[in-house]
Design a protein around this ligand. Sequence first.
Ligand code: ADP
Length: 251
Amino acid sequence: MIELRNVWFSYDGEFVLKDINLKVEKGERIVVLGINGSGKSTLLKLLNALLFPTKGTYLYKGKNIEKNAFKDKNFIKAFRKEVVLLFQNPDAMIFNPTVYDEIAFGLRQLGFEEKVVKERVLYWAEVFGLTQYLNKPPFILSGGQKQKLCLACLLVLEPEVLLLDEPTANLDPKSTGWLIDFLNELKGVTTITSTHNLSLAPELGNRLIVLREGGSIIYDGEAEAFLKDQEKLINAGLVHKHKDKPYYHLH
Ligand code: ADP
């Protein structure tokens, strides 16, 4: 479904992603683990076609994702509905006057009939416990509720690929638990979730991809094997040697 072939990316000369090779099949639950600055957000933005590879190829369902592909209006429409990204900061995604309009926004942009818009908005508002806020302005919501609102805005589009950039970074333990359960129960959607949190990583997916500082993949496989390997953990900057006792660096 998704394939990156020898992808390199630089914002301004220096490569922040280096020789990334990645194949993702439909329905996989992937977690991208790495310290701050290792390139997780950049990788998710590439997958969402907000950025394009400086070198190398991104194939989505066999189609080359490059700037030129986005001149085709029908293609943009299909891609933006199928592959969606939850930004790290929910406030960056919220701008409508009411919670209802916020959830409806994407569907309206895509030209759905108001009847369908209403059905889907009411359904997802219920799933995320937002029904009582539908006529209220989004800014009154708590941080955890804003995160749920943003998820509702994406899931209402019935996407095939859900990219989540550090979704637990601003959540308290209760909301973090809720999000983990939600992702575990979400069927039929491919999820790629980033985190810098070593202990949460195995909860957020069953295939672990580890980025090290400088933006290269140093591990791709089962979480358990990686988490038991002290040398790999140190190499990824996720564990620091403290005298003779290593300790977890959890931020
Ligand atoms: P992470 O999500 O793992 O914290 P990022 O993808 O945000 O990592 O950043 C990877 C590298 O790219 C960092 O060195 C960061 O400073 C740099 N970077 C991120 N965004 C930009 C930008 N818009 N312009 C220039 N450099 C950037």
